[in-house]
Design a binder for this molecule. Sequence first.
Ligand code: ADP
Length: 352
Amino acid sequence: MKVPRFGSPTIRLALSYLAIIMTLSLGFSILFYSTSSGSLHVEKQNSSGAILPTGPQGSFSMRTDSGPTAIPSSGSGIDAQLQQRLNAVRSDLLHRLIALNLGALLLGFFLSYYLAQRTLRPIEAAMEAQARFSSDASHELRTPLTALRTRSEVALRKPDLTLDEAKAVIASSIEQAIKLQDLSSGLLRLSRDNGKNLKRQSIWLDEIAGEALNRIREIAQANHIDLQLTVPHVSILGDVESLTQVITILLDNAVKYSKPGGVIRLTGGSEGKRGFLKVHDKGVGISPADVPHIFERFYRADQSRAHKVKDGHGLGLAIAKQLTEQSGSTISVESTLGKGSIFTIKLPLARL
Ligand code: ADP
């Protein structure tokens, strides 16, 4: 177990909690002590008042229902005895309250520490995720920026740079700039989209699937990939633009990770209270070790590099996951390495 430093946020929060617990405990103890000793004092006065001197000096009588009864004792003696008892009760009460507060201090410390740890755990996790995100993002930005700078500097230093060489450098710079643009828009989407602007409404599954298919038709044709759509006319609940974007990301990946001449199928339907949409490809597939990570930001499986897929920063599926969850849907994958993948989106059905 990690022992926290003195002055660490956990200890500081625990001490604040402890201060609250002890203020309450001491406050109640003081209040209890003063009211209890006040009522003891009143009781003692009542008891003393009930013993009145009536007879000759040295004898007392106590008022009872059946009349005065003589008590053969001196008044100041009884008073002193009562005072003694009162002092003993008070000191006993004080000791018990001190012991109680020491117990509260000890127990309160452990309780405060536990509560502080519980309070800070999600905050620390969020801060760690934020730091990891920033460091991954700057790492991803550095590679195209370094390439851009190095090629431009080398070209600039060359005294006999030909026009063709200059054009090649400019073309490569444009390519890197496009990558940077893609990356920055992906990063912006991930950090800005919190789902507040989503409009959840009933939409037709086949319509959004058709729209997504249209968006990637050109790239698919360029890669000689056949697209097949068999999605029924089912009404689901979700945000039109987000879900269309999610399907587009999945189709775009299916094209990227398929060999030329392959087939991509888009199927759908409903099961119980949920609708579903599947993107099937017969591409490179994903290894079982990579499957649990592909929805993480910046994660790229090895075979995507081996397949020489250069475009991409490992953000597409992270964005797809964020958008599906914000729309009240889920996304999952089944894949066999070398055989292909099936990405499934499960969506709530709309009640018509
Ligand atoms: P990228 O920009 O690398 O495509 P994604 O977040 O979209 O980023 O995907 C993460 C990783 O998941 C990819 O690098 C790739 O390894 C794997 N992947 C995603 N879709 C597929 C697919 N249809 N077939 C095989 N691998 C895929």
